[in-house]
Design a binder for this molecule. Structure first.
Ligand code: PGA
Length: 253
């Protein structure tokens, strides 16, 4: 069956000392409390990934992720980090296409397709984010819009390559707002996306694809969301900054 995953997106939070302390707390709790079939991932700011990665050593179901990477392998791109660099530092995952990257850094579906390629070529697992604005939700075209994000950024991949991708559905109106999607809204989108994937790659590959929910998912509502048939875990922002809350979420399957 498909992997259960809870990933914490720390965004631009935590100093060096705080990051190491949070990673140590999460690591201790994953060891003692989280079932081995749940993969827990921490995505700290890139500056701290290697340090945070040390805390995951020897814990099979705890890993780290980058929050982004550049599509080019190297070159004159001041401030950027490439997929080969992440791979060389032993980083297994990279979040791509977060709505904040799309909104503030103008990342397009086409650019994200190139980033996905860069990640996969370097054996990084992309956690590919998608999701609609409130305007699109209210306009009623949200299902087709999100399916199109997958089509334009992922559907050029071979079936084998697609099988490496984790998807995170994050309605923009739910991110950092406290307005969680209801379990019915999450399930509707996740089932729709799985069907969309099946249409392209077949049912077996669609059934094996982990689709995470993100957007104000917290220690209180995670269990209801994770109980949905097509919700395979969560991408957690605010609630991943406290080890206790984050681990409660990881135990919510
Ligand atoms: P949130 O963020 O949990 O703080 O809403 C989720 C995300 O942006 O990944």
């Amino acid at each position: 069956m498909r992997k259960k995953i809870v990933a914490g997106n720390w965004k631009m939070n935590k100093t060096a000392t705080e990051a190491v302390a949070l990673a140590a707390e999460v690591a201790a709790l994953v060891k003692s409390d989280v079932p081995s079939n749940v993969q827990v991932i921490m995505a700290p700011p890139s500056l701290f990934i290697s340090e945070v990665n040390k805390a995951t050593e020897g814990i099979a179901n705890l890993s780290v992720s980058a929050q982004n990477c550049h599509e080019k392998a190297s070159g004159a791109y001041t401030g950027e980090i490439s997929a080969p660099m992440l791979a060389s530092a032993g980083i297994p995952y990279v979040i791509l296409g977060h709505s904040e990257r799309r909104q503030y850094f103008q990342e397009s579906n086409a650019q994200l397709a190139a980033k996905v390629d860069a990640a996969l070529e370097n054996k990084l697992t992309p956690i590919f984010c998608c999701g609609e604005s409130l305007e699109l939700r209210e306009g009623g075209e949200f299902l087709a819009f999100v399916a199109q994000q997958l089509t334009e950024s992922l559907f050029h991949l071979s079936a084998e390559a697609f099988g490496q991708v984790v998807i995170a559905y994050e309605p923009i109106w739910a991110i950092g707002t406290g307005l969680t999607a209801s379990s019915a809204q999450a399930q509707e989108m996740h089932a729709y996306l799985r069907q969309h994937i099946a249409g392209k790659y077949g049912q077996a590959i669609a059934d094996a694809c982990s689709i995470l929910y993100g957007g104000s998912c917290n220690a209180q509502n995670a269990a209801e969301l994770f109980a949905c048939a097509d919700v395979d875990g969560g991408l957690i922002g605010g609630a991943s900054l406290k080890a206790g809350d984050f681990i409660t979420i990881a135990k919510s399957f």
